[in-house]
Design a protein around this ligand. Sequence first.
Ligand code: NAD
Ligand code: TYD
Length: 353
Amino acid sequence: MNSKKTVLITGGAGFIGSHVIRRFIKNYPDYLIVNADKLTYAGNLENLSDIDKNKNYRFERVDIVDKIAVSGLFQKYSFDGIVHLAAESHVDRSITGPDEFVFTNIIGTVNLLNAALNSWQKIFEGKLFYHISTDEVFGSLGREGMFTEKTAYDPKSPYSASKASSDHLVRAYNHTFGIPAVISNCSNNYGPNQFPEKLIPLAINNIRNNKPVPVYGKGENIRDWLYVEDHAAAIDLIFHRGKQGETYNIGGNNEWKNIDLIKLLCKIMDRKLGRNPGDSEKLITYVKDRPGHDLRYAIDSSKLQKEMGWKPIPDFEEGLEKTVEWYLANEKWLENVISGDYEKYYDSMYSGR
Ligand code: NAD
Ligand code: TYD
């Protein structure tokens, strides 16, 4: 692949996408980076305000469900690579309203695959369709074991089912039409710029405002947490060195029971806010469990580590502390993202739970 490329990044105004865009803009000044995003409630151009004046960056407001808009995008630019992150990403929303997940995650992905096929006209040299997926496609683990690249798909929520479906479509287009594609499946991300509907920023926001911190069920569910910049670094490596047709698992090797994670977060928040030790923990409130709540996710990322020398940051507490510091230093960002429909969403999700 040569050093001048035009790369489409979908969903670049979202949490992970904004970190990927920033990394690509800085690391590859010869690339033209095109961010295509619909700007749903989760998309926020403020996430990119430090780089949006760069010469090698363009923003296009595109809904990937809109086939005509997608084909217009591919007529305007001649893409060498696509990093596809745009998605509806929150499990709780997929339970109350699955349709958007089917539209964006499945139809949106097919629209991009078709547009890429059409634009590349079977000349695939130097081209790549990189699909970003989740470990949730593998379903739920018991107390033992880890997901590997060979684990059979067994999605349990409308979100994970829609992502599994899009993964299958990407593989089918690779197999049937020869479109060069790679997929990565990553564990739960945390870090700056995450919308406060997900556990960690929601808890930080509530602790900051002395509001109850909702823990689903008994707080026994386990997630494998990865710092978002480690995910962006893995995406960079896989985009440049991944073998087409392959899948790579990405994970933090960092399993935490929700309740233990929330207690650690409370401890950090007490310190940062100058509260007495134990004050924030008093906000923990057990609420009704999520329907079909997956018990445990854990990723075996040894393939990526061996093949590309990738490693996540070793210290979770340090990553969490950096994250807390970012949210406390960016209260304006937080106020802006929660000023719209967030209040309504929060009430509908948590009142009566
Ligand atoms: P996010 O919800 O923060 O951002 C999603 C972005 O996609 C937003 O900017 C939104 O405006 C955009 N978008 C949504 N629908 C669109 C549409 N129809 N057309 C164009 N743009 C649209 O999500 P995230 O957490 O940054 O996740 C990004 C990707 O990574 C997703 O594909 C997700 O499945 C995957 N992933 C996320 C995690 C995680 O922990 N957050 C873990 C593994 C994989
Ligand atoms: P979440 O951040 O929604 O990610 P995912 O469901 O994709 O793993 O949730 C992480 C874990 O935290 C999950 O087990 C559900 C739980 N959770 C709570 O206990 N309370 C909350 O308010 C939220 C949003 C999540």
